[in-house]
Write a new protein. Structure first.
Ligand code: HPA
Length: 233
């Protein structure tokens, strides 16, 4: 147990799927997991552990932003001895050819966040797990789902005019979101596996946005990809 997580160590599975939104964690447990139980409700950061196709998995919310993801993923890796965390979230597309509802996986994250600096690491790019990327791509092929590999920009702000031109042309980023850098940093620090899978929820170039209903349906594809990847780890 930690001050942020009341689950017992044995109540958390070795692989954890992390949506940002606690209610999405609840929805995934209710719709996909068998014999699930609520294992954390501190601050409403819901975590459920149950079985998907016979494999024991946990789904826990991360909250929004690097600091929130940073706390929960650190604790899962360090104190709950979790091996794999797969973030399942939304992202904004910075490029024309990555469209609404497309699924992307982040091979790495670029950020100007100082999260790593606090640990004495000044890297501004951190890689995700090659093992999880390979597993996810294999599963996507099997499920006939298209997945694009991207560099994600992890931003600390939602309401700021990012310099998209610089992010795309100088930094090589194709999507923007707010958690992956913290997750990948912790995985690197603690020698664990992490991967972010996204559905594109808005396009910052074309200004297209999804409605909440459309977003829900698009999420289904990504959730199924993550669940079926998770059971083969
Ligand atoms: N910015 C940051 N995070 C996001 C966005 C965005 O435009 N879209 C979805 N998550």
């Amino acid at each position: 147990m930690t001050v942020h997580n009341e689950a017992n160590v044995k109540d958390i599975a070795k692989t954890v799927l992390m949506p940002g939104d606690p209610l999405r964690a609840k929805m995934i447990a209710e719709n996909y997991l068998d014999d699930y139980k609520l294992v954390n409700n501190v601050r409403g950061m819901l975590a459920y552990t149950g079985f998907y196709k016979g494999k024991r998995l946990t789904v826990m919310a991360s909250g929004m932003g690097i600091p929130s993801m940073g706390i929960y993923s650190y604790e899962l890796f360090k104190f709950y001895d979790v091996d794999n965390i797969i973030r399942i979230g939304s992202c904004g597309s910075l490029v024309k050819d990555l469209n609404l509802y497309d699924i992307a996986v982040a091979y790495d994250s670029y950020s100007i966040s100082t999260y790593g600096v606090s640990y004495g690491d000044t890297s501004d790019i951190i890689r995700g797990s090659d093992y999880l990327i390979t597993k996810t791509k294999d599963e996507a092929l099997k499920l006939n789902k298209k997945v694009t590999e991207v560099r994600a920009n992890t931003s600390d702000t939602f309401y700021a005019d990012s310099n998209i031109d610089d992010l795309v042309n100088n930094k090589g980023c194709s999507v923007i979101e707010m958690e992956t850098f913290g997750l990948y940093f912790n995985a690197k620090l603690l020698n664990k596996n992490a991967l972010s899978i996204f559905t594109v929820s808005d396009n910052l170039i074309t200004k297209e946005e999804t409605t909440s209903t459309e977003r829900q349906n698009a999420f289904t594809d990504m959730i199924e990809l993550a669940l079926n990847t998770a059971i083969n780890l």
